[in-house]
Design a protein around this ligand. Sequence first.
Ligand code: PLP
Length: 395
Amino acid sequence: MLSARQLFLQHQAQTTDFPLLLEVERAEGVFMYGPNGEKYLDLISGIGVSNVGHRHPKVIAAIQDQLDKYLHLMVYGEIVQAPPAQLAHALAQTLPAGLDNVYFVSSGSEAVEGAMKLAKRFTGRTEIIAFDKAYHGSTQGALSLNGAESFKRSFRPLLPDVNHLQHNHHADLERITRRTAAVIIETVQGEAGVRVPSQDYMQALRARCTEVGALLVLDEIQCGFGRTGTFWAFEQFGIVPDILTCAKGMGGGMPIGAFISRQEIMHSFKNDPMLGHITTFGGHPVSCAASLATLKIILEEGLLDQVNAKAERFKQRLAHPAIKGIRNLGLMMAAEMESFDVLKAVIDSAILKGVLTDWFLFCDNSMRLAPPLTITFEEIDLACDIILEAIEGHV
Ligand code: PLP
């Protein structure tokens, strides 16, 4: 029998050497369905992608509507395309005044790349500061920012002027200086196993960046688009970024990302070279249409109002001696188990019982719980019953 980790690797490599344990033919709402009547409750959401559930009818309708018009036109010509224009406008309305210049790309890593280049161009500086256990993507620039050496060592040399600070550690802030172009931080660290910084720390970080003229880049690729209970996670910390990156949940299942900034910053991308971060597919009309529908669903269907109550339900229902605690901001949750072995056994057993959970890249003892925000209380109860059953079988 394959472990969950083997399944993951198999999926990534797209090999056909061994039969798939988890064959999914169709997905709808919080469920995925196999060819022989199997039903899996998805507590991962593609790692924060399916925030509005799988195949939300309004997302599908928006995609179909755009399919009937056009798929792809010239991105950098004189053509004004409605989907990216409308999406940029809608995004700006969710953000503090001035954060209204949106540069579309096709993934999170690309958004991070763009944000770093923009910061270097605008400030004329080269140093980028990131954090221990950070995850910002797998392209070479984004990879350089990741906290874990195990991920980077085989690919050196990477970006030369990157330094890492200790997360949530006030004393380290002095290492941000007048030679720092940007400090990039996940507002809530995802792959570290949901590490939520203190509000106090985030405000001190904001103040230090302002003091030395470094740009503060908030990476909300995993924690944005409603995941934490507010549309953007930074709303809960009383700070505003200079550049914001988003992707994942943004597309409702379609590939799209963006970095967003103020006009005076974004305009430094206009010349020398012209079009500082050119990409063929960035702002793809079909992805933008899906994203606009996703944004509206989150804001108009009251999903944000219930995020905290749903997270609480998980916490109440998963009160068990084998779970040492649940770290979370909204429905971005990590349930800490006593050891990696127990975690692995419980994840594998839960999958076989019909609940898909997961671990984190840089945290060996915690189970990822990141269901679609549309999950109902009954579905939460069902998921928790199965997880508890899986735990009972292994402790
Ligand atoms: N930043 C964060 C916080 C992420 O969680 C991820 C992906 O997990 C990325 C960046 C990279 O995004 P992508 O996989 O779309 O390139």
